[in-house]
Every structure is written in structure tokens, then in C-alpha cells.
Design a protein around this ligand. Structure first.
Ligand SMILES: *[C@@H]1O[C@H](CO)[C@@H](O)[C@H](O)[C@H]1NC(C)=O
Ligand SMILES: *[C@@H]1O[C@H](CO)[C@@H](O)[C@H](O)[C@H]1NC(C)=O
Ligand SMILES: *[C@@H]1O[C@H](CO)[C@@H](O)[C@H](O)[C@H]1NC(C)=O
Ligand SMILES: *[C@@H]1O[C@H](CO)[C@@H](O)[C@H](O)[C@H]1NC(C)=O
Ligand SMILES: *[C@@H]1O[C@H](CO)[C@@H](O)[C@H](O)[C@H]1NC(C)=O
Ligand SMILES: *[C@@H]1O[C@H](CO)[C@@H](O)[C@H](O)[C@H]1NC(C)=O
Length: 458
């Protein structure tokens, strides 16, 4: 990360003597100017981590320890930041980043990221491009790729990975068989595709995308990823044909299903089935991530790691996505507004109070239910605060566009259907020997499964 001198990196007394404490971000959620000012402080604090626009650096990448996907998620939240606040300070930087990482096939599969890129990583970049389309973020000049076409390319690539041979369908977490997690089918990859398809259906009006959203939802619903009463679990393994699930709960997993259902509800002009799903996931998410015991049931908490302080480098950013997807759900499925908005409002006020750390006095921590800075900091903390604070503009911000309502991004339904430059771990094109290796692995896995069943029968 960048090297801002944080208070706790020196000694506390030194800070007290020399630090300038601005006592948190001021936020009056009834005043658009106050919301914009607060959002802008959190955005500035986040973009300080980004150096990809400096000479010699690579556009679109965050410095370590942040992974490629989180940069895509961050630029997506920056598109939303501009949409909520109309502050275009960062637009050129954001546009350059989103275009630099598209890869040679314009499908967000840059060869440099082969070892790190799963379906979920790819879809977060597609979400960013689609947010640009839905908000009429400035269109790139041709022959640069267009926002809608980029999202369609990711959709088409992921359709081609539909894996009917194991667990009856769905996507694996990983794209490449040589990466850890290739045997895992997880909610963020499958739910991510569901949300991508639902958004494309609403933006383009093309029923094929809605059919895929249905197909993916139905597969998830019959798998252990989703429970009949709308709980969302982390993932399931092909090694036992997805017969059980890892029951960890994460806010972004709920978020993709809430928002995907809201887009489908809106696309179907208010179908009862999607109404019930939006409501079901909204209620379980509110119960899980807004616990009464901390924050009185009104403050968003990443319950799987935040309180114990066990979050990894990715997890502090998850609340940013749940906040954004809750916000969009109130627009697309307005019957949820009275359920969701009070919780977002209290969370935004909590986040503003939590942005009271560091030498700048406005560095954001995680514990929105706590009045004083909790000592944590990072891209995820800044992003989450920025997302929930910007969402306070919802009452004046327009709903996402579609082609029918003025969305101007140019699409290409065939983007991402050409032969992909299949790559090996070091970014080389895959050779015949690599392929034989992968085939041997599949046979070995099958033998292992049969052998495993045999042992149990014994
Ligand atoms: C890089 O982006 C930051 C905003 O995050 C901006 O302040 C800075 O001027 C940019 N630098 C260049 C060289 O464009
Ligand atoms: C890939 O890595 C090379 C070598 O570091 C670099 O020059 C290039 O800009 C990178 N491309 C992307 C899209 O990250
Ligand atoms: C694997 O799971 C799918 C979906 O639940 C099911 O249709 C299929 O019969 C299962 N296969 C085996 C070998 O149990
Ligand atoms: C929703 O309503 C609009 C306007 O009446 C109509 O054009 C559209 O076909 C409907 N969509 C669906 C999926 O039924
Ligand atoms: C779909 O979204 C639009 C835009 O927010 C909203 O006006 C409309 O009421 C929504 N449709 C339904 C059926 O709720
Ligand atoms: C709708 O999307 C499908 C899937 O990408 C594509 O094959 C088809 O051409 C699209 N139809 C139109 C009218 O764009």
C-alpha cells in the first residue's frame, strides 16, 4: 500500500502533539452538499492507494496486497461515486483503468492475471463496465471497446464455462484447472453471473439474458448454495457432486442475489416470483448483517470476520457491494425502500463517525457501530464507507438506465465468443501437453470419486 503516515505507526503521544485531528467526517444526510462532501473525502482517501496512473505504473492495478479483482470492484464503485455525486474528478483515471485491463480479447482476461483470475474476479470488472453503461458514464472513443460490449463479452465467456458434467450445472470458482479452487462452485461466481445476466436483460431487453439468469438461479436454488428460506452459503465442492455447502456467510453473496432478483423483478414488470425472492433475501440479509446485539439492528456488519478482527484482505470491501446493491434494489423494487433505507441511513451515519482515524483524521475503519476509529484502514474500508455514504443521494439520483430509457453504450452480442487465447499459469498459450495433463487430472479426479465411494461402501 501507499505510505501515508498513520497515527498508530508512530506513537500515539506524538500524534496527539503533532497530528491534526478533524474528528470524523461531518455528514448531514438531509443535505445533498453534505453527502457529496463526505463522499468526496472517502473517495480521496481511497484513491490515494491507487498509483496506476503514475508514470511507469500499470493502469488498473492496486499495489499489493490488493488483488486484481478488488481494483475492478473499486473502479466500479468509482463509476457509482460519479453517478451519485456528479463529481468527475476521477473519471479519466477510472476510464483509463477500466480500458487498460480488458486483455487482448476484450473480455477482462488479461494474461498477467491468469494465476489470480476466477469467474468472480472477472465478473467484478464486468460489473464496473456495466455500471458505466447503466449510468451513461462517458463512452470510450472507438476503436476502444465499449462498456456494454465488455460486459457481454464476460457473459459469453462465462456461458461457455457452464459445467453440466458436475453438480448438474453452474460455474466453477476458477477459470483455469491449474488454480486452487477449480473444484469449488461458489455463490459469488454463480450469483455474480446471475446478476450479470439479469442486468444485461434489463439493459438490452434481450430475453436470452433473462433466460440465463433464470437458469442460473434455478441451478443455485436446487444446489446447497441457497436454502429454501433464502440463506446464501459460500460454496460447494464438485468432489462430492455438490452434496453439501461451506456455510460461511458473506454480505456480498447475499448482495448478488438480492440485486439479481431486483433486476429480474423489474425486468418482468413486477412478477410475484421475483418479488418474493427479493423480499426473502432482503430479510435474511438484514437479519444476518444488521445484528440487534451490535448497532441495534440498523448498522451493517460483516458478521463473518469484522467483530473478531479476522477479515482477510478482500473482506473489508464486501460491505461496499451490499450497500450499493441494496441501494439499487430500492430503485428497481421500490417496495423494499421502507425496509432498506432506514438501515442504509443509520449505516452511513455510523460509517462517517468511523472515518475519524489516521493522521488526516478522516481515515475510515470498519466498525460502523462504534463511535471511535477502530484502528483499521485500507482500500476496502474506504470503499465501503464511500459506497454507503454516497447512497444517501438515492432520493435524487435517477435509477439505472437501459437502452429503452436512454442508455447510450454500444453493445456487441457476439463479444467474447471468438476462440479465447487459452493460457497456462505463466501466461503462455496452452500446448497439447498441458491439455493432456488436464485430461489426466480429470480422470484422476473421477477415479478418486469412485474410489472414495468404494471406500465408504466397504
Ligand atoms: C493520478 O490520479 C490522482 C487521483 O487519484 C490525481 O490526483 C493525480 O493527479 C493523477 N496523476 C496523474 C499523473 O494523472
Ligand atoms: C502485464 O505485465 C507487463 C509486464 O509487467 C506490463 O508491461 C503490462 O503493462 C501488464 N499489462 C496489464 C494489462 O496489466
Ligand atoms: C450430481 O448432482 C446433480 C444435481 O443435483 C444430479 O442431477 C446428478 O444426478 C448427480 N450425479 C451423481 C453421480 O450423483
Ligand atoms: C414490461 O412492460 C413493457 C411495457 O408495457 C413491455 O413492453 C414489456 O414487454 C414487458 N416486459 C416483460 C418481460 O413482460
Ligand atoms: C422498475 O424500476 C423503475 C425505475 O426505478 C421503477 O420506476 C419501476 O416502478 C420499477 N418497476 C416495478 C415493477 O417496480
Ligand atoms: C440476444 O442475446 C443473445 C445471446 O448473446 C444473442 O445471441 C442474440 O443475438 C441477441 N439478440 C439480439 C436481438 O441482439
Amino acid at each position: 500500500m501507499l505510505s501515508p503516515v498513520f497515527c498508530f505507526l508512530t506513537t500515539v503521544p506524538l500524534c496527539l502533539h503533532h497530528g491534526i485531528f478533524i474528528n470524523a467526517i461531518e455528514l448531514d444526510i438531509s443535505q445533498p452538499d453534505s453527502i457529496k462532501a463526505a463522499a468526496s473525502i472517502t473517495a480521496y482517501g481511497m484513491m490515494k492507494y491507487y498509483q496506476g496512473n503514475l508514470t511507469g505504473q500499470i493502469p488498473g492495478l492496486l499495489p499489493g496486497p490488493y488483488y486484481w479483482w478488488e481494483a475492478g470492484a473499486m473502479f466500479g464503485q468509482m463509476v457509482d461515486y460519479w453517478y451519485y455525486t456528479q463529481d468527475d474528478t476521477y473519471n479519466n483515471v477510472v476510464c483509463d483503468a477500466l480500458l487498460f485491463q480488458v486483455g487482448p480479447d476484450r473480455d477482462y482476461m488479461p494474461p498477467n492475471q491468469t494465476k489470480d483470475e476466477g469467474n468472480d474476479d472477472q465478473v467484478f470488472w464486468a460489473f464496473a463496465a456495466l455500471s458505466a453503461a447503466e449510468n451513461n458514464f462517458p463512452n470510450p472513443l472507438p476503436p476502444q471497446p465499449q462498456w456494454l460490449a465488455l460486459a457481454q463479452a464476460v457473459f459469453n465467456r462465462q456461458v461457455s464455462r457452464w459445467d453440466k458434467d458436475f453438480c448438474g450445472g453452474g460455474l466453477r470458482w476458477q477459470i483455469y484447472s491449474f488454480n486452487n479452487g477449480y473444484d469449488y462452485k461458489n455463490s459469488i461466481s454463480n450469483g455474480g453471473f446471475f446478476l450479470l445476466a439479469a442486468r444485461l436483460a434489463r439493459y438490452t431487453g434481450n430475453q436470452t439474458y433473462a433466460d440465463w439468469a433464470e437458469k442460473m438461479y434455478d441451478w443455485c436454488a436446487q444446489s446447497p448454495l441457497l436454502s429454501a428460506d433464502y440463506h446464501v452459503y459460500d460454496g460447494s465442492s464438485v468432489s462430492n457432486n455438490c452434496s453439501d455447502a461451506d456455510h460461511h456467510i458473506w454480505s456480498y453473496n447475499y448482495g448478488v442475489f438480492i440485486a439479481g432478483a431486483a433486476y429480474m423483478y423489474n425486468y418482468t414488470n413486477g412478477s410475484t416470483i421475483w418479488h418474493d425472492r427479493v423480499l426473502g433475501f432482503t430479510k435474511t440479509a438484514l437479519a444476518n448483517f444488521f445484528p440487534i446485539s451490535l448497532g441495534g439492528g440498523n448498522i451493517m456488519i460483516e458478521i463473518g470476520c469484522e467483530v473478531e478482527g479476522t477479515c482477510n484482505v478482500d473482506q473489508p470491501s464486501f460491505k461496499a457491494y451490499l450497500a450499493r446493491w441494496f441501494a439499487i434494489t430500492t430503485q428497481l423494487a421500490p417496495f423494499t425502500y421502507s425496509l432498506i433505507m432506514p438501515k442504509l441511513r443509520a449505516s452511513a451515519q455510523g460509517a462517517a463517525k468511523q472515518c475519524s482515524g489516521g493522521t488526516d483524521g478522516v481515515t475510515c475503519g470498519r466498525h460502523w457501530y462504534q463511535d471511535t476509529w477502530d484502528g483499521t484502514y485500507g482500500v476496502g474500508e474506504q470503499m465501503s464507507a464511500m459506497s454507503v455514504i454516497s447512497a444517501m443521494m438515492l432520493d435524487v439520483a435517477p435509477p439505472p438506465l437501459s437502452i429503452a430509457t436512454g442508455g447510450s453504450s454500444k453493445g456487441d452480442p457476439n463479444a467474447g465468443t471468438g476462440s479465447a487465447k487459452t493460457l497456462s499459469p505463466d501466461g503462455r498459450p496452452i500446448t497439447a501437453t498441458d491439455k493432456i495433463g488436464a485430461g489426466v487430472m480429470t480422470v484422476a479426479l473421477l477415479l478418486f470419486m469412485i474410489g472414495g465411494a468404494w471406500l465408504i461402501l466397504d
